[in-house]
Design a protein around this ligand. Structure first.
Ligand code: UD1
Ligand code: UDP
Length: 372
């Protein structure tokens, strides 16, 4: 009998990272794939499903503007429970550390369905940062039956917390699978300003920001730093695909209004964003996924956080943690834009998160779990 694997996901980064696994399961004779989206994100989630040609079997459609963490959690558990009862999956796969991910894991655990945790073992060591993701991933570790660690570092974190070695497999990160199947495609930009910019050959500073712990004053400082950078380097173009969250937009965008060399766009579809990363000179971001992708592309990333659960990219030299202080952001960006040696030392292409075969390793680990 084939094992029935239910994958539950809800936000953009989860969608990108589960897509290669869903595709692998769909093609395997050993597994039947059932997909559930919670709709914690809406447009940003749908963009990814569309790109990878995934039509979810169930959609909880939970998103509301201004949703609280407790609301997301409660709606996921309540919406998923009857689906678990009806579909009776052999195992439930969750990814990473979002509210969707941990709530889905708990709903499955309550029905005594084994939980498979993709991207297990990341730790910043600070329960308040990233908030609430560090807590989410630790909770999921407590109830997972199989822990798929992207690197040896994350495996070591799990072992240090007493997770049984036989329940861990090191697979690489499936984001690299997604990136490598997407980045070479030269997908056209929907926004004509970006197509013109790509053709112009100008230097591009690509920016993304959304982290909950940076909301408010820290994010306003990021907006001010970007405005200063744009004015100090008129030959540079700053591209900011703005996260859909109104809290983020209200903090950052007012400071960038009326500046010619700043282009603010809607979130880019993943294929377009991958192309924009490739075309950029430098990236500043507080995103987890971007920290993992950039080393593969040899693009320096200045991370607007004080800590990271992704030390591999820092060790590889492509990522530097710079925090959210306006002065520091301005100083670090200025240095990389004017010091060719400092820039070159950060732009080596390395693959600490895998070689694009993580989905295959995930499938193999699942097959072992079910004795196939
Ligand atoms: C969530 C995750 C975070 C992840 C991030 C990726 C939690 C607690 N946080 O944070 O770990 O890094 O996604 O981006 O799970 N919105 C839309 N359309 C969309 C998406 C969001 O309008 O497609 C708006 C809504 O008003 C929504 C708000 O953004 O209420 C916040 O979304 P939410 O998922 O609660 O938080 P994120 O900050 O996106
Ligand atoms: N991304 C995207 N379009 C954008 C910005 C980011 O497709 O406009 C991709 C990016 O390449 C990465 C993922 O979204 O794979 C990261 O998502 P996000 O920063 O929202 O979440 P995090 O990784 O911090 O959880």
């Amino acid at each position: 009998m084939t094992a029935r694997i239910m994958t539950v996901y809800g936000t953009r980064p989860e969608a990108i990272k589960v897509a290669p696994v869903i595709k692998a399961l769909e093609q395997s004779p050993d597994f039947e794939s059932v997909t559930v989206v919670t709709g914690q994100h809406r447009e940003m989630l749908d963009q990814v499903n569309e790109l990878f040609g995934i039509v979810p079997d169930h959609d909880l459609d939970i998103m509301s503007h201004g949703q609280t963490l407790a609301q997301i959690f409660a709606r996921v558990i309540e919406g998923l429970d009857p689906i678990l009862e009806k579909e009776k999956p052999t195992a439930v796969v969750v990814q990473g550390d979002t509210s969707t991910s941990t709530a889905a894991a708990l709903a499955a655990f309550y029905r005594q369905i084994p939980v498979v945790h993709l991207e297990a073992g990341l730790r910043s060591g600070n329960i308040q940062s990233p908030f609430p993701e560090e807590a989410n991933r630790k909770i999921t570790t407590q109830i997972a039956a199989l822990h798929l660690a992207p690197t040896e570092t994350s495996r070591a974190n799990l072992l240090a917390e007493g997770v049984d070695d036989t329940a861990i497999a090191v697979t690489g990160n499936t984001v690299i699978d997604a990136l490598l199947t997407t980045v070479g495609k030269e997908i056209p930009f929907t926004d004509p300003r970006l197509e013109q910019l790509a053709a112009s050959g100008r230097r591009i500073l690509l920016v993304t920001t959304h982290r909950r712990e940076n909301w408010g004053g820290a994010m306003e400082g990021v907006g001010r730093a970007l405005a200063r950078i744009a004015r100090a380097f008129p030959d540079l173009e700053i591209v900011l695909p703005a996260h859909r969250n109104p809290v983020v937009r209200d903090a950052v965008l007012p400071q960038l209004e009326g500046i010619d060399n700043v282009t603010v766009t809607e979130p880019l579809a993943y294929g377009e964003f991958a192309r924009m990363m490739s075309a950029s000179t430098l990236i500043i971001s507080d995103s987890g996924g971007v920290q993992e992708e950039a080393p593969s592309l040899g693009k320096p990333v200045l991370v607007m956080r004080d800590n990271t659960e992704r030390p591999e990219a820092v060790e590889a030299g492509t990522v530097t943690l710079i925090g959210t202080n306006e002065e520091r952001i301005f100083g670090e960006v200025s240095r990389l834009l004017t010091d060719a040696i400092a820039y070159r030392s950060m732009s080596e292409s390395t693959n600490p998160y895998g070689d694009g075969t993580a989905a295959r390793s995930t499938e193999a680990a699942l097959a072992r779990l079910f004795g196939r």
